[in-house]
Design a protein around this ligand. Sequence first.
Ligand code: GLA
Length: 382
Amino acid sequence: MMNNIQRKFKELFGGQAAVYASPGRVNLIGEHTDYNEGFVLPGAIDKAMFLAIRPNGGKQVNVFSIDYDEMVTFLPSKEKLPEHWANYILGVVMELKETGAETGGFDCVFGGDIPLGAGLSSSAALESVFAFALNDLFGLGKSRAELARIGQLAEHHYAGVRCGIMDQFASLHGQAGQLIKLDCRSLGFERIPFDPQAAGYRLVLIDTMVKHSLASSEYNVRRQQCEAGVAVVRQKHPSVISLRDISPEMLDESKSLMEPIVFQRCQYVIEENIRLLRACDALQGNDLPTFGQMMTGSHEGLRHKFEVSCVELDFLADLATKTPGILGARMMGGGFGGCTINLVSAAAHDAFIEEATGNFEKQFGLKPKVYDVVISEGARKL
Ligand code: GLA
C-alpha cells in the first residue's frame, strides 16, 4: 500500500513526499459511552490509512484518493465539497484553522487497507492521518489529544455525525499490545496490556457486510435521547452534567418523569459504563472469562436496550455465545451493521470461523469476511 501511494504521488506531482499512517480501531467494551462522558476501551489495529503529502507553497489543496481513483482540488472554505470523502480532509483543515492553526496548500495521495463501512473507523483514521501529518509538516504544535478533537469536530461539522472522541483518540494514541482505557470526560487514559495470544486466545472480527444507511441519523437520535434523559434527572440533581454523573438509583428515581424509551437508552449507557469498569478489573486480574462475559452483556444491552444492533449482528453474536471456547462476542462500534468482535480460544478458532461463516451464508446468502486483528501502533510518520 505504501509503495502504491508513493508511486502515485510521483506520477501525479513528481518528486518525493513524506509518508504518514494512522490506523483503524477496535473497541473491546464501552459502546455509545464516549459522548456520555463515560469510559471506552479501544485499541489501534494493524490496518491503516496511509498518506503521502508535501506542502506546495500555495493555498490550494490537491488530494488524490486511491480507493475512489479520483483527484479533488479545492481552496479551503466552509463550503462543503461535492465529493463526500474530500469533506473529511476539508474538515480537518478548517477545524485546525478554527483553533488558529493555519496550514498552507499541499499535494497528497492517500489510501489504506481498512475495510470501508465495516465499523473499523476508516473515516476517523482518515481524519487522524491528515491532522497528524499537517500538524507535523506545518509545525502546528498540537498534542495528539488536540488532534483527536480536531478530527471529531471535522466529523461533526463536515460529515454530520455527532460522534464521540473514541475513534480518533484510539487512532492517534494506539500502541502495540496495549488497550486504552480512556476517560472521555477528562481525556485521561491508562494503557492496559492486552495480549490474548499469550493466553491462548485470538481477537477475531466477523464482518456482516451490512452497511446500514440509517446508521448516522440513528446515531444522532441516540445522542439526543441520552441528552433528554440527563435533562430530566438534572431537575432533581442540578449538578448532573452527563450520564456519567447518574447512578442506576438516580435514574430509577426519575423513571416516571421520562419517556420509557429515553429511560431504556440511559439505563443501557449507565450499565455499560459499570460493565466496562468490571471488565477492566477482570483484564488486569488476568480473568479473561469474566472479561468475555462483560463483552457478551454489552451486546445484550446494545441489542435490547439501546437498539442499535441488527439481525445479522445478533445472528453472529448468538452463534458465538453457543459455541464452546468463545469467551465473549458482541457487535462493535456505532451499530446497524459492521462487525462483531469475538474473543476466541486458539483451539476453537478455525472451527468457529467455519461454522459462523457457513451458517451466516446459509441464512443471509453471503459469506462474511473475517479479520484476525492485532493491537498495533497509532499515528506515525514512516
Ligand atoms: C462510532 C463513533 C464513536 C462511538 C461509537 C459507539 O464509532 O464514532 O464516537 O460513539 O460509534 O461506541
